[in-house]
Ligand binder design. Structure first.
Ligand SMILES: [Zn+2]
Length: 229
């Protein structure tokens, strides 16, 4: 009888300890109401750097010697072709002038994967001949006598991979995936650029030839942006 009681005490204590431990684990893992929601997981990200002829330095003065102090901004594009073909173009050495080169800082594939192609501290050649209408007036910088003024010196260029039915010159297509909007919102938040300095290539273009990003759902993007942390 004594032996039986001795055995029961540790078992009861063990059960109580296990219950307490379970409660602690549940409390620790479950968000408490009113607490800040957990940070959403970052999207998948890979690196496929462009060849260095396809991007340049961010300069601190223009060709006239005027200081360049524009705050950074974001320009949203679409690839029109596949993301792979854009990466192939950027990785191909191009020794011609900046006006005929092209690059973005990052591509966002249809599955939401972010593909980094130009380091953020460098100037990507994403929008030649462009002007951003900022809160204090038009903004552009001419950094080469052979190339028109543009926003490239102070821009991050992010490009959405175009869906298969949009790989043409039509005015619209079926649009981008939810994963692409989520990744784009995450990326814009990462740059800390305010919403007022996020724009589209077609908005800043002065060449009259750009209409990207076509079929962009601004409401969905702004919703994702407000949720991104
Ligand atoms: Zn563009």
């Amino acid at each position: 009888m004594k032996l039986f009681q001795l055995r029961r005490v540790p078992r009861t204590l063990g059960a109580i300890a296990l219950a307490l431990l379970t409660c602690l684990v549940l409390l620790w893992s479950k968000p408490i109401i009113g607490q800040t929601p957990a940070r959403s997981a970052p999207p998948p990200q890979i690196v496929k750097w462009a060849y260095p002829t396809n991007y340049g330095f961010r300069l601190n003065q223009d060709i006239y010697g005027q200081p360049l102090r524009n705050p950074l901004m974001v320009v949203i594009h679409e690839t029109v072709g596949s993301a792979d073909s854009a990466v192939g173009l950027f990785q191909n050495p191009n020794y011609s002038s900046e006006g005929s080169q092209a690059s973005y800082h990052a591509l966002i594939a249809l599955d939401g994967t972010i593909i980094y192609t130009v380091p953020f501290e460098y100037r990507a050649y994403g929008a030649g001949n462009s002007v951003f209408m900022g809160a204090n007036g038009p903004e552009a910088a001419q950094t080469s006598p052979r190339v028109p003024a543009s926003v490239n010196n102070f821009a991050y260029h992010f490009s959405l991979e175009t869906p298969v039915d949009g790989r043409n010159n039509a005015d619209r297509h079926s649009g981008y995936t939810v994963q692409q909007y989520r990744s784009l919102a995450w990326l814009v938040r990462y740059t800390k650029v305010p919403e007022s300095r996020v724009t589209y290539h077609k908005t800043i273009d002065r060449s009259g030839t750009r209409k990207d990003p076509r079929s962009f759902d601004e409401n969905l993007f702004l919703k994702m942006l407000s949720q991104a942390r």
